[in-house]
Design a protein around this ligand. Structure first.
Ligand code: NI
Ligand code: MN
Length: 231
């Protein structure tokens, strides 16, 4: 089977671009206000799609700005797309947990995440979610903000995941120990760590985090802001 190339560019926290099938998918835009992304020029960012896991500001701070600037199709929960439409952002596609859809970049499923979801203005943003993206025989799992959950075992049973992007910072989400267990639940041997070091509550020790994963037979990749990773 032909295996398509996937390239990831990391912008810090849970913000990254996944490039597949010649399309750029931007996840959870949070660049301005993130000290670790201070060297990223937001106006250089191009996107064909913007995927949003939940409403919290560390995932949506630059959503409206970049949706307007790029004209990208925003894929998110019904509640998030409705909130965007009220702000005259009409190029949206609503989904909900468990839903699957084929897009020009491949197949997408919105997955369960054990987390909350609201906007900083207090409005309801639906439930928190993650995404499974499959393209030409490769599957990437972005868990979104989540605690460790048995639901992940089902995701691992039903899919062959080549790469996962998961939070490892603890306090608001899984820490490295729980995320290493989650990697075993989803049967994935390579994980890009997200949602760490951005602010005080989630500062981690890199070496011991990598060791937690190694103990479970999993490679943990920690990217610098702006760094690329290809599978
Ligand atoms: Ni959150
Ligand atoms: Mn978060």
């Amino acid at each position: 089977m032909f295996h398509g190339k996937m390239e990831i560019t990391y912008y810090g926290h849970s913000c990254f671009i996944l490039e597949i099938a010649g399309k750029k998918l931007l996840f959870d835009p949070f660049i301005r206000g993130n000290e670790f992304a201070k060297d990223i020029a937001i106006d250089q960012i191009e996107a064909d799609y913007i995927l949003v896991s939940h409403g919290h500001s560390d995932h949506t701070a630059d959503l409206v700005y970049l949706a307007n600037k790029t004209g990208a199709l925003v894929i998110a929960s019904w509640e998030i797309t409705t909130w965007l439409e009220k702000q005259e952002i009409k190029n949206v596609h609503p989904m909900n947990v468990g839903g699957k859809r084929s897009f020009p970049f491949g197949n997408l499923q919105m997955t369960f995440a054990a987390h909350s979801s609201s906007f900083s203005d207090g409005s309801y943003a639906g439930v928190a979610a993650g995404f499974l993206i499959s393209f030409e025989g490769k599957t990437v799992y972005y868990s979104g903000d989540t605690g460790l959950s048995l639901e992940m075992k089902l995701i691992g049973e039903l899919n062959k995941i080549d790469l996962a992007l998961m939070p490892i910072g603890g306090n608001f989400t899984m820490d490295a120990g729980d995320a290493a267990l989650a990697s075993n639940f989803i049967n994935c041997k390579r994980v890009i760590g997200l949602h760490y070091d951005t602010f005080g509550y989630i500062v981690i020790d890199h070496e011991s985090s990598i060791a937690f994963f190694k103990n479970k037979g999993v490679e943990l990749v920690l990217l610098k802001s702006g760094e690329k990773f290809t599978i």
